[in-house]
Design a protein around this ligand. Structure first.
Ligand SMILES: *Cc1c(COP(=O)(O)O)cnc(C)c1O
Length: 425
């Protein structure tokens, strides 16, 4: 079996004799067949094949296959964004009348999705602290709970999910653990190895890595046995009338049911596909993911150590920094490095944080993280703007809190930039 660095470069697409080496961009909405009978088999899911790019496209499938291999999963589907990935991951198994449990330290967009939009759709979410006890977590379950959700390393608070523990409690209650693995990427953590069942990513971040294309992915481990709980997961275990009574878990097995349903049902009806050209760009990012992640982590470790000693810094949150509250968990799940995102508090509070940021020259103020360019953001006035102060605090965010995403530049230049900006406050 190939090592993960090789999968980054060569996974998924395997060109045959005389075929293009790069993943070809199949920029076609539709595919031609010789007979209506053949087409009918595709529509009945009796035969696999391409017919319309809202459901499947060869370019996207090649790239999804690479990501499935990187995560050690049985299948994956690319989505138009990370938001769509998290929505699909949950909605595929939890519809109106259902309930999920989610850790409170998560990406602001995911919080809004669960707390507002999915609530409006009839899906309730209970948020639990990342450091809740097993008993507190167990107490959040209801008869209609369908999944537990968390982020391997949370954006922006850099809190590490105790995946093994959350998986154990989720499984004891007969539901899967869904983990958003955007920040570490499979280079630094493979949640399936710790018991997670479904993994999602915003591929917009490190996987693309060049602020070039918005995208997401959902990966299935193929390990969760839906058929043990047919009442909880009727979408997978009971006949789908929109496909003439097909039962996904029977027809496609544990390794295929979840992703096939997502494509055949959610993509068909909601259509949040990733365009083939975006999948192509994403794949270019994946080819260097292993090289870039190493540099992101080295830069972040150096900057975290620098900030930790700086007199104008109130606190630093970086799970790979010795002494950090998350250090032990990070050593367990992310021994080779976590991610390039370091969060810290500016001692002077909100105004000094803003002055400091406005005086940076190499670090770009951007609503983005996790790409080649170093960027910086003030979550309280941007991504987490919709949250009340209490919700902000529950999510671990203070007004002076700054999120710095280290790129792959020369770290000496970044530290010099930070130094001169600190000097202005
Ligand atoms: C950015 C992000 C998302 C949302 O992804 P988009 O591609 O922006 O839709 C979800 N989860 C995490 C952890 C993120 O950082």
């Amino acid at each position: 079996m190939d090592h993960i660095n090789t999968v980054c470069v060569q996974g998924g697409y395997k060109p045959k004799n005389g075929e293009p080496r790069a993943v070809p961009i199949i920029q076609s909405t539709t595919f031609k067949y010789d007979s209506s009978q053949e087409m009918a088999k595709l529509f009945n899911l009796e035969q696999s094949g391409y017919f319309y790019s809202r459901l499947q496209n060869p370019t996207s499938d090649n790239v999804a296959a690479k990501i499935a291999q990187l995560e050690g999963g049985t299948g994956a589907v690319l989505t138009g964004s990370g938001q769509a990935a998290n929505f699909f991951a949950v909605f595929n198994i939890c519809t109106a009348g259902g309930h999920i449990i989610c850790t409170s330290e998560i990406y602001g967009g995911t919080f809004n999705l669960f707390n507002t939009t999915m609530r409006q759709m009839g899906v309730e979410t209970t948020f639990v602290p990342n450091n809740c006890t097993d008993e507190e977590l167990a107490a959040a379950f209801r008869p209609n709970t369908r999944a537990v959700v968390g982020e391997t390393v949370s954006n922006p608070t850099i809190t590490v999910l105790d995946i093994e523990r959350f998986a154990r409690v989720a499984h004891a209650h007969g539901v899967p653990l869904i983990v958003d693995n955007t920040f570490p990427t499979p280079i630094n953590c493979r949640p399936f190895e710790w018991g997670a069942d479904i993994v999602t990513h915003s591929t917009t971040k490190y996987m693309d890595g060049h602020s070039s294309s918005v995208g997401g992915v959902v990966v299935d481990s193929g390990k969760f046995d839906w058929t043990k709980y047919p009442e909880k997961f009727p979408g997978l275990c009971k006949p789908d009338e929109s496909y003439h009574g097909l039962v996904y878990a029977e027809r496609f097995g544990l390794g295929g049911a979840y992703i096939t349903k997502m494509v055949a049902h959610l993509m068909r009806d909601l259509g949040a596909v990733q365009a083939p050209v975006n999948a192509f760009i994403l794949n270019l990012g994946l080819e260097s993911l292993h090289v870039r992640m190493k540099r992101h982590c080295e830069n972040a470790e150096a900057v975290a150590a620098y900030l930790d000693k700086h007199p104008k810094v109130a606190y630093v949150k970086y799970c790979s920094l010795p002494g950090d509250a998350q250090y032990a968990l990070a050593q367990k799940y992310l021994p080779n490095g976590s991610c390039g995102v370091v969060s810290f508090g500016v001692k002077g509070g909100r105004n000094d944080a803003e002055t400091f940021m406005n005086n940076l020259t190499r670090c770009n103020i951007a609503t983005h993280v996790s790409d080649a360019h170093t960027c910086i953001l003030h979550p309280a006035s941007s991504t987490h703007r919709q949250m009340t102060d209490d919700q902000l605090r529950a999510g671990g965010i203070q007004p002076e809190f700054v999120r710095l995403s280290l790129g792959i530049e020369d770290v000496r230049d970044i530290i010099e930039d930070l130094d001169q900006a600190f000097a202005t406050i």
